[in-house]
Ligand binder design. Structure first.
Ligand code: AP5
Ligand code: MG
Ligand code: ZN
Length: 207
């Protein structure tokens, strides 16, 4: 199964991708996670994109497409993959159609108000990248990752000004992908405003 998780920032794509990965045993590829790893490791790519991520703008298509193309070329992707946060523009979607056409696009629908609540309470593990929410999905011990014991932090782009910019960027550049994939007959909606267990069961019905 080759699938895309589409939806606004904070819809829960990353949270669900981790569960779908366990279910289907195919890799979870998050372009946001790949960029954050590059930033953490201070690579050439990381230095180029740090300011862009902090602001909540999009990394140029050229860089993003090259990164994904390389990742999808790995042998672990031969039985399928879960793309989380890619494609985000029509240009990226056209490239993907050329090098790795997908079978399914799950569109996470959610209100803007709920997205803001989710992003402003999100905490992320510095060490393994696992995601939490202070109210909705809290760790057992405050500010400590359940999975690896790492310290939790607030992403730079989860600060208020950046959240609003990301939502505007989503509406302008990414939302058009809903009709792009709808027209191809690949799109299925999931109500992402439900509890994590309910979202997962809605997703499973589509698999
Ligand atoms: P990326 O990391 O992809 O960020 P995003 O799309 O803004 O998405 P998020 O990770 O913020 O949200 P999510 O849907 O994964 O939600 P989550 O599961 O964490 O991208 C970051 C940046 O990288 C971009 O801004 C851009 O600069 C760059 N970039 C990445 N891809 C790019 C591309 N293709 N092209 C160009 N640039 C690119 O959940 C959110 C919160 O809600 C968490 O706290 C979670 O615990 C909680 N939660 C989740 N589900 C539920 C639920 N059902 N109920 C209650 N709480 C929930
Ligand atoms: Mg994410
Ligand atoms: Zn961790």
């Amino acid at each position: 199964m080759r699938m895309i998780l589409l939806g606004p920032p904070g819809a829960g794509k990353g949270t669900m991708a981790v569960k779908i990965k366990e279910e289907l045993k195919i890799p979870h590829i998050s372009t946001g996670d790949l960029f954050r790893a590059a930033i953490k490791n201070e690579t050439t790519l990381g230095k180029k994109v740090k300011g862009i991520l902090d602001q909540g703008d999009l990394v140029p298509d050229e860089l993003t497409v090259a990164l994904v193309k390389e990742r999808l070329g790995s042998s672990d992707c031969s039985d399928g993959f879960i793309l989380d946060g890619f494609p985000r523009t029509i240009g990226q979607a056209n490239s993907l159609t050329e090098f790795a056409p997908v079978d399914l696009v799950i569109n996470f629908t959610i209100s803007e108000k709920e997205v803001v609540r989710r992003l402003s309470g999100r905490r992320t593990c510095k060490n393994c990248g696992a995601g939490y929410h202070v109210l909705f999905i809290p760790p057992a011990k405050e500010n400590v990752c359940d999975k690896c014991g790492g310290e939790l932090y607030t992403r730079e782009d989860d600060k208020e000004s950046s959240i609003h910019n990301r939502l505007a960027v989503y509406e302008k550049s990414t939302e058009p992908l809903i009709s792009y994939y709808g027209d191809k007959g690949l799109l299925k909606d999931v109500d992402a405003g439900q509890s994590p267990a309910e979202v997962l069961s809605s997703v499973k019905e589509l698999l």
